[in-house]
Ligand binder design. Structure first.
Ligand SMILES: NC(=O)c1ccc[n+]([C@@H]2O[C@H](COP(=O)([O-])OP(=O)(O)OC[C@H]3O[C@@H](n4cnc5c(N)ncnc54)[C@H](OP(=O)(O)O)[C@@H]3O)[C@@H](O)[C@H]2O)c1
Length: 257
């Protein structure tokens, strides 16, 4: 039983696997979880970016290994999981952050683009979790953090495939919680508002849209990546032991208005 409230946020004995760690939100989650003491396994396709992040983290005495893999390739899933588990002997926290938004109008969506979106955003999070959960259950504790979206709850322009996938992520989060929480594996999702990353570059290229989106929040600005640090560490830690199946919006009040 933890008696000091702040001790409950420590991740010193934990190992986190973060997909989509080569950039944007995943890279920031790595910085946040590492600063709270976790050892990290970083996964994405871009080896150069993963290596650069590993070096940046090492400068802060944060231990990180990386695995360069294309998660759209089903053949790589088992090897990613096996390699990840062998890096530090266990995975306690899975951050399902790799994602894609192809920004197509309904008329432009093809069977292939639909599948890419649903597979990376929904199927990969489930399949990786399904493979990692048994070892978490054997240790009696584990965490899954999915990444939902404003589009889990709102329909935005050119977001039909992405919105369907993020609506699914919200329900996947509740279903994972139902399936695994009683065995010690909690599952929640972070739903970010608008944050400037590769995925939202097209939005941030337009100062008018950026300003309009900022005005739609209650706080009056779009997100800074550091705004996600607190919720990431919290959901990964024992401080969130009684929270599961929740989608937590970190959106400056966008969905409150
Ligand atoms: N930015 C926002 O405002 C916002 C808002 C709501 C939700 N989100 C969600 O946040 C998550 C992260 O997005 P982001 O904004 O940080 O964008 P990002 O910088 O483009 O990051 C996407 C990440 O996914 C990885 N990825 C893409 N395809 C992959 C594949 N086939 N295999 C393995 N990894 C792959 C990318 O790495 P490689 O290219 O190196 O493979 C990258 O690390 C996504 O799920 C996104 O839907 C973002």
């Amino acid at each position: 039983m933890v008696t000091n409230a702040l001790e409950a946020f420590s991740l010193h004995d934990k190992v986190a696997l973060i997909t989509g760690a080569s950039s944007g939100i995943g890279a920031q989650q790595a910085r946040a979880l590492g600063s709270a003491g976790a050892r990290l396994v970083l996964v994405a396709r871009s080896e150069d970016s993963l290596k650069a992040l590993q070096a940046e983290l090492a400068d802060k005495d944060i231990k990180a290994s990386y695995i360069a893999a294309d998660l759209l390739d089903e053949q790589q899933w088992d090897s990613v999981v096996e390699q990840a588990q062998s890096c530090y002997g266990q995975i306690d926290i899975l951050c399902n952050t790799a994602g894609v938004n192809l920004r197509q109008a309904a008329e432009q969506v093809t069977s292939e683009s639909w599948d890419i979106t649903q597979i990376l955003n929904v199927k990969v999070p489930f399949m990786l979790a399904q493979k990692l959960v048994p070892a978490m259950q054997a240790r009696g504790w584990g965490r899954i953090i999915n990444v939902a979206s404003l589009q889990s709850a709102r329909a935005l322009t050119n977001g039909i495939a992405y919105g369907a996938s993020k609506g699914a992520v919200a329900q996947l989060t509740r279903a994972m919680a139902e399936a695994w929480s009683a065995s010690g594996v909690g599952c929640n999702a972070i739903a970010p508002g608008f944050f400037h990353t590769g995925l939202t570059q097209a939005v941030f290229d337009s100062p008018e849209i950026v300003e309009k989106l900022a005005k739609q929040t209650a706080i009056g600005r779009n997100g800074d990546l550091q705004d996600l640090d607190g919720i990431t560490v919290f959901l990964a830690s024992r401080a969130a032991d009684y929270i599961t199946g929740q989608v937590i919006y970190v959106d400056g009040g966008f969905t409150a208005k």
